[in-house]
Design a protein around this ligand. Sequence first.
Ligand SMILES: [Zn+2]
Length: 353
Amino acid sequence: MQEEVLCYDMGGKRIRAAVATRGKLFPAVRAELPEKCRNAELSALAVELGREALRKARTSEKDLLGIGYGAAGEWEGLVIRFSPNNPVRENITAPRDVGKHFGLLRRTLGANDLKAAVHAVPVYGHGKGKRLDIVAAITYSDGNNIAILNRNQPYPGYGDLSQEVGHAHIEHGPSARWCGCGAQGCFEAYVSGTAAANMAVQALLANRTKLDEQPIFQIAKRRLAEKNEGTGPLAVEQILCGVRAEHVYEALADSGDPIAQWVCDTQKFYISQQLAHVCLHHRPQLIELFGGLTHQRKLLFEPAIAELSAHPARYSSENFQPPEIRVTDLGDDIGLYGAASMVFLAKEAGILK
Ligand SMILES: [Zn+2]
C-alpha cells in the first residue's frame, strides 16, 4: 500500500526530511547547509537525507505515494529560482532531483514553505476531520505572513510572494514603525519577533543613562557574554544589537519588566487587529497560527484571541460567523507535515497522476 510520503522542509540554514503517513510523522533527519554550497551538492545532500529518512521509517521508495518539498523562496515548477538566505546562489533543483532519484518525479510536489505549511491544517492540524471551505495559516516569526486554502487547494491567483499580509499597512504618519520592507506602519513592524526586539531597543534608548539596570539589556548582555566568552567587555551598541524577542519575553516572565510589558501589550493589540483583518478579508472558518513566536502562546496569542473573541462585531457579520482561531499543536514540524499533506490532498483531489 502506498500510504507514505517522503517530505522535506528547507530553510536558509538547514534541511530536514522525514516519512509521514496520514496518521503520523516518523522521526526527522536533518543537515546543516554548508556555508558555500553549490546546487549539485545540495541535491546530493537532499537525496542522502531522503534515504536516511526512509531507513528510519523502515520503508523504501517503492512504498511511497509521493514526495512533498517545502522551502523558502520563489518557485517555478520544481525549481526554486530565488531563496533568501540560502547559500546556493543559483537555481535550486533539489526538489526535481530527489523526485528523479526516487523514480517519483511525476508524484513530487513542491511549494514555498508557508504555502506548504497551510496544507497541514486540514490533515494533521485543528482542521482534521472537519469539513471546511476556507482555512488560513498565519506565521509569526522574524517575519509575518499568511497562506490560505480554499477547499483544500491553494487560493488560485496567488503568487508565492503575493499574500503579504505582514506588509498590509495598519498605521500611518510619522510615528508609524519602520518595517524591514522599507515601508512604514506594516503589521510585521508590530507583530514579528524582529519587531519585538526593535521596540524594546527603542524603549531602552529612550532612557540610555540607566541601561545597565534594565532587565532586557541585562539578559541580552548575559547571552552575548556566554556566546563570546573571553573576547573582552561588550560595547553598549553590541548589546543593543544583540537584543532578541526571546529576551523581551524572558524579562516579562522573570520580573514583570515594564518595557517588556509594553512590547507584549503592543504585540497583542496588533495580533488581534491582524486576525480581525484576515477574518474580514478572507472569511476563513479556521485560522491556525504557527512560527517561532507562537511558543509564547499564553503570553501573546491566547490573550490576543480572547480579546478578539470578546468583540465579535469587529470581525464577523450576520452571514459570517467568527472562525475558530488556534495556535498549532504541530510546533516546528508544521513544515514537514505540510509538505506531506500537499501530496495526500492532491491524491484525494485526483490531481496526483
Ligand atoms: Zn513591510
